[in-house]
Design a protein around this ligand. Structure first.
Ligand code: G6P
Ligand code: MN
Length: 416
């Protein structure tokens, strides 16, 4: 708080009951740090955004119940079931594109004209693509904590502080590679590559981390070894398992109990139980919910925007030549210096054929799903589902899409 002084924090949600459940605990956390910060809880966008300087956004359209559908419907057809990758991510994208545009409009109507939206809403790759297309002038910066979480594991492997690492990276969100890792300037890429080829991103003496310590996440971190031991150029983002090891991922998934169930029965329940204890007057250790790099990272990015710190972070930006041989309108995830005018991306140069081919395919999938939302086009949606590397054929794509139309009736734009 000394580094990032705040006058007021507002919580805004359209789900009033959920918000009212959480709010007293948030207030306690704030009060533990400061008596003077004003705290407001609201479901009114005008109250939420008037005069705001920063909007930290994370919406989950359809909540965990729909995440469960995104994961289970593809698995019923033998295809990867994941909230942001493959058909699940496309379904989530179709739910989120238009509400994100609405959110931008509300912020533009009420907030300070220089306000930044720092956005974690998933599926971030599709959200970034859609917001740039629909609201090209919006002051929104789309970010993801996965690379930072991987860097945290790299730091544990190297027994150093993650803040002392600097990385080179290219890709789309949840679809990319670390090309260099430096520890206080020293190149440690080869060292990490040989470690990851053997153990994945599993440190030997992992400190516990609340967000990513469930068995499914440990499997994900470990799985990087199967990619790294085959392709030796770079260090993959963990999400590459869904595209390069899809059959293995399907085999190790339970179609009746997916990550959404794990979250609802695990993290979400633990939080709600703690909230209930707190409200019943019991002593609760709230600090045990502060795990993960998610919260730290969004504040770091906001501080660099606020104070022109020019810190180097991975963010989503329009490619615009940064990766020379990718489309200039692709929304790439690459390092950028974060200034008070926004991100200044680094130049990545040309990337090799294998990575270019994979990224172009995925980028086209994301473009097609945004087209489908904007044009209400069934055929474009079917093209997106068919083109996804996770889907074996047009026939399977059509079955999944048709099931998803039924499940998403309350959320999707109508497709014709
Ligand atoms: C990572 C990703 C986020 C994603 C989260 C899901 O942090 O970067 O985009 O939302 O994992 O984690 P969960 O524990 O809900 O499966
Ligand atoms: Mn992410």
């Amino acid at each position: 708080l000394a580094d990032f002084p705040l006058a007021e924090i507002r919580l805004y949600d359209i789900d009033e009951a959920r918000q009212n459940t959480i709010a007293p605990v948030v207030e306690k956390v704030i009060r533990d740090h400061s008596q003077s910060i004003k705290f407001t809880v609201t479901t009114c966008p005008e109250t939420a955004f008037s005069g705001a300087h920063f909007v930290f956004a994370q919406m989950r359209v359809g909540q965990y119940k729909m995440r469960e559908q995104d994961e289970k419907i593809p698995l019923r057809h033998g295809v990867v079931g994941q909230e942001t990758c493959g058909p699940g991510g496309l379904a989530y994208g179709l739910r989120t594109i238009l509400p994100m545009a609405e959110l931008i409009d509300l912020v533009e109507r009420y907030a300070d004209p220089k306000a930044w939206i720092v956005n974690y809403s998933n599926p971030a790759a599709i959200v970034a693509k859609a917001t740039f297309r629909l609201r090209p002038k919006a002051r929104i910066l789309n970010i993801c904590d996965m690379p930072v979480a991987i860097e945290r594991n790299m730091a544990e492997i190297l027994e150093c502080d993650r803040h002392d690492l600097e990385v080179d990276y290219f890709g789309l969100n949840h679809f990319g590679w670390f090309t260099k890792v430096r520890l206080n300037g020293e190149d440690v890429t080869e060292k990490l590559k040989s470690y990851v080829a053997e153990h994945g991103y599993m440190p030997q003496n992992a400190k516990s981390d609340v967000l990513h310590s469930d068995p499914s996440w440990l499997h994900t971190y470990a799985n990087a070894k199967n990619i790294c031991s085959a392709f030796h150029d770079y260090l993959p983002n963990t999400y590459m398992q869904y595209y390069l090891l899809g059959d293995e991922v399907v085999k190790s998934s339970d179609p009746n109990h997916t990550r959404a169930n794990e979250v609802m029965e695990g993290r979400e329940k633990r939080i709600f139980d703690a909230v209930a204890d707190y409200r019943a007057g019991k002593d609760v250790d709230l600090t045990k919910f502060f795990g993960g790099v998610h919260g730290e990272f969004i504040v770091d990015v906001a501080m660099s925007l606020a104070f022109d710190l020019r810190k180097r972070y991975l963010v989503m930006v329009e490619n615009n030549g940064a990766v020379e041989n990718l489309p200039s309108d692709a929304m790439v995830e690459i390092p950028a210096y974060i200034t008070d005018r926004g991100p200044e991306p680094v130049r990545v140069g040309e990337i090799p054929t294998f990575y270019k081919g994979l990224i172009e395919q995925q980028e086209a999938v994301e473009k097609l799903i945004v087209d489908a939302a904007v044009e209400h086009s069934y055929e474009k949606a079917l093209m997106a589902f068919t083109l996804s590397k996770t889907v074996p054929s047009l026939l399977v794509a059509k079955k999944i899409l048709d099931d998803m139309i039924v499940a998403n009736k309350a959320y999707w734009p109508e497709l014709h």
